[in-house]
Design a protein around this ligand. Structure first.
Ligand code: 26V
Length: 805
């Protein structure tokens, strides 16, 4: 019996089968004879979930007893990926669950196929949040993730005539068996209204709208440990007072619920633009909704064991995932000063000690700012608080840099020209004890360019924490056959929680039979993926579409190969399958033109029998964690070709290297660290580095010079401009030739030459396999476990809490 006086759940297939039957009957109200596949799926999910529940209860008890320092991760986005497979692995039920299902006459693959991915994020930032939660649980760090439970996740991408068409992603219309509703912990959130000062000079906010935040949570189990943390997601609801009773009684039913429907819009949909600031009021409302609910919940939890506010920063660190949750800084000031009656200076000391900020970009257009009039209407008290923070802060700047008015203007929390806006990144730096970038180059560039003034004022505040990925999700689960081979090679599976142990594979890189098995696994993964010839070099570029990431450059290379094959049809070429996957923001027209052109080029090549034996371009729609997990294990070549200085880190680059793909890449983001680790011989480097790219732009870059000088480039661009690809892509060609913001043409020759080296290397099969093994063997550093240890030691100063029996 466990601590709850309950019979422990069985660990045999027979017991699992009994529990399936019982859950099917009591939770779904049906029997095996009449169950639908959906009934079977929900029942399986509940039966697996039950086996984590006991660990969750023990975790909560251990955390309560320890009253530890907590990490609270605030993020507007989480890309958790499908839950079923992961939870079967973490609960050790994968084998018995399948046996039990077969015993009941169910097809495990069909049943498991109904698991859906909650797409509550855009890309790298959202997936990083999920990987860090996984690693925190695995390392027994007491942590809670807070986010928004969007009704509609990232749109579903479809293609119509090769163009991206977005469809809504109603991911939970069947319900979500992984979620625990927690209605007792609901919170009240206020918007609009005005502020008033009472007789004692105390300020209070008289709000104009009330919305409820309803929490539910999903389990975040650790791997190989008993810890089960949670991620708590908030959903907006109209408050009772938002139902207009007089209208309801007068028979105007629909009108009576208008306000409630309006309130529920707050968590209706995820904003799908990553890296361009949208500035919409609803997005600011989402951000404040997340922050207000989460902070009240954090304080509620603090008060379970503590009374004294001075203890708060000792027991709490709140990590801000980019600037999206930065309103937490003025919100905590408001709670401490207006509601708790602390004096300003004490409150500010507490606030600054509590927060830390991770920046995920260098693109100036991605730095969030909010128009002051809009901000003031929605959050009048927060604007006053920001003004006061700014006054104190600018006094500090003036003291440190007397007479430097331009610096004061640049560092102000308020932009004055051309219009008045609140600068969220500045607020995030001022209100936190630590700021970090996500790769070494990125952190250096933050301190030397984007946030330079702040780094000069507070150099010790700036840190680097290089991103990492969950080895559970991205090799153990995504690539089971390679994982088995690795475990066999290393004589155990401890490497999954201790990724540096992959170094033990180095010796096997020279073992002929190990190499041939390694190749066979890659081959089988290509067959599983089912796109293109498994014998061909599988060349993948999988990421959001953005001009700075330069899918256009990959496309120019493909067109160049096409022309070479057309010109010399008799020759032997290295057969390639080029795989693109990724979404473009719905309003990002330039990126959508690139998507359309890729699909057109794919069709033209497919229809050309002289070329199609050597070259195939495939573009499966709707890239997400699930599709990525199928593609990554099948990849031979990883395209990481952003303009140097633009990609903060990249994490797909790490997933691909870990799965034995070789990288062709620029000296950007974490590519630099990948190359350092795997060795320059096992990485195809090309292109301008950041100083050279910056210098070129400053000295008046002319894309057309490259076009004029390089006949192959000219041929490729001309064919686009002449409409050779179904008449598609003129916008892409013209933008490259006339402007080329991201130096695509400047890097073209170096890129194509590097691709020729790729072809040459591929022809030496043994050498290629050796390099592939070495990529895996030397990728241990990119485990999210290492990333979390870096945060824990350098920024959070937290310790693990072991969950006892
Ligand atoms: C920005 C915005 C701007 C306002 C509209 C909505 C929205 C949504 C998301 C974002 C964040 C974009 C930043 C991002 O995803 N950065 C990526 O973070 C990865 C994890 O650190 C990193 O590997 C990628 O290099 C970086 O692009």
């Amino acid at each position: 019996r466990n601590g709850m006086g309950l019979r422990p759940l069985g660990t045999s297939a027979a017991e699992f089968e009994q529990d399936l039957l019982s859950n099917l009957y009591y939770r779904r109200g049906t029997t095996v004879e009449s169950a639908s596949t959906q009934d079977a799926y929900e029942t399986l999910a509940l039966t697996v979930r039950d086996r984590l529940a006991e660990r969750r209860v023990r975790t909560a008890a251990a955390h309560y007893a320890a009253n530890p320092r907590w990490v609270y991760y605030l993020s507007a986005e989480y890309l958790l990926g499908k839950q079923l497979e992961q939870n079967m692995l973490y609960s050790g039920t994968d084998r018995i669950a399948r046996i039990a299902m077969k015993q009941l006459g169910l097809d495990p693959d069909e049943v498991e196929g109904l698991d859906v991915e909650p797409g509550l994020g855009n890309g790298g930032l959202g997936r990083l949040a999920a990987c860090l939660l996984d690693a925190m649980a695995t390392l027994d760090i007491p942590a809670v993730g807070y986010g928004i439970r969007y009704d509609l996740g990232i749109f579903k991408q479809t293609f119509k005539n090769g163009a991206q068409v977005e469809k809504p992603d109603d991911w939970s219309y069947q319900g979500n068996p992984w979620e625990f509703p927690a209605p007792d912990d609901r919170q009240t959130v206020f918007f609009y209204g005005h502020t008033e000062r009472d007789a004692n000079g105390k300020t209070c906010w008289i709000p104009g709208e009330v919305v409820l935040g309803e929490p539910s949570h999903m389990l975040v189990p650790g791997h190989g440990t008993d810890t089960v943390n949670i991620v708590r997601l908030w959903r907006a609801r109209g408050s009772e007072s938002s139902f207009d009773l007089s209208r309801f009684s007068a028979g105007q039913y629909a009108e009576a619920v208008d306000e409630a429907v309006h309130a529920e819009n707050i968590s209706k949909v995820l904003y799908p633009d990553d890296s361009t600031e949208s500035g919409r009021e609803l997005r600011l409302k989402q951000q404040y909704f997340l922050v207000s609910c989460s902070l009240r919940d954090i304080i509620r939890r603090f008060r379970l064991r503590n009374t004294d506010w001075s203890e708060f920063p000792k027991k709490t660190v709140i990590q801000l995932n980019d600037t999206h949750p930065t309103l937490a800084i003025p919100e905590l000031m408001r709670l401490l000063v207006d509601e708790e009656g602390l004096n300003w200076d004490l409150a500010w000391t507490i606030v600054r000690q509590t927060f830390a900020y991770t920046c995920h970009t260098l693109l100036p257009e991605a730095l969030e700012t909010w128009s002051v009039p809009m901000f003031e209407r929605l959050l009048p008290r927060h604007l006053e608080i920001i003004y006061t923070i700014n006054e104190h802060f600018l006094a500090e700047v003036r003291e440190a840099f007397p007479g430097d008015v331009d610096r004061v203007r640049r560092m102000s929390l308020i932009q004055e020209e051309p219009d008045r806006r609140v600068r969220m990144a500045n607020l995030a730096v001022v209100g936190t004890q630590a700021v970090n970038g996500v790769a070494e180059l990125h952190s250096e560039l933050l301190a030397s360019t984007t946030l330079r003034d702040f780094a000069e004022l507070w150099p010790a505040k700036f840190h680097n924490v290089t991103n990492g990925i969950s080895p559970r999700r991205f090799i153990k689960i995504a690539n089971p056959t390679l994982s088995s081979l690795i475990s066999e090679g290393l004589g155990g599976d401890e490497w999954i929680n201790d990724l540096d142990r992959l170094a033990g594979l180095e010796a096997l890189a020279d073992d002929e039979s190990f190499r041939s098995r390694w190749r066979a696994v890659k081959q089988a993964n290509k067959v599983r993926l089912g796109l293109g010839d498994p014998e061909s070099l599988t060349d993948v570029m999988i990421k959001r579409f953005h001009e700075y990431k330069r899918q256009q450059l990959k496309l120019l290379h493909i067109i160049t190969m096409y022309h070479r094959i057309k010109a010399n049809p008799g020759q032997a070429y290295v057969p390639r399958t080029v795989l693109f996957a990724g979404k473009a923001a719905p309003a990002y027209h330039a990126a959508k033109h690139v998507i359309r052109l890729i699909n057109a080029v794919a069709a033209v090549i497919d229809a050309d029998p002289a070329v199609s034996p050597y070259l195939k371009v495939v573009f499966p729609p709707n890239y997400n964690v699930t599709l990525g997990s199928l593609i990554i294990p099948a990849a031979d070549l990883s395209e990481q070709i952003s303009m140097a200085g633009k990609e903060a880190s990249g994490t797909g680059n790490m997933k691909l290297a870990l799965n034995g793909a070789l990288t062709i890449g620029t000296l950007d983001g974490a590519n630099i660290e990948i190359r350092d680790k795997v060795g320059a011989d096992n990485f195809f480097l090309f292109g301008l580095d950041t100083p050279a790219a910056t210098a070129l732009k400053n000295n008046g870059y002319r894309a057309r010079d490259h076009y004029d000088r390089d006949p192959e480039l000219r041929h490729a661009l001309d064919s686009i401009l002449d409409g050779k690809f179904l008449g598609i892509g003129r916008e892409v060609g013209e933008s490259l030739l006339n402007w080329d913001e991201y130096l695509t043409l400047a890097d073209y020759r170096s890129y194509v030459d590097a691709q020729d080296q790729v072809d040459a290397a591929w022809q030496d099969t043994d050498q290629w396999t050796r390099k592939s093994i070495l990529n895996t063997a030397r990728s241990g550093f990119f485990s999210a476990d290492r990333t979390v240890r870096d945060y824990a030691a350098g920024i959070w100063h937290v310790n693990p809490v072991k969950v006892g029996r």
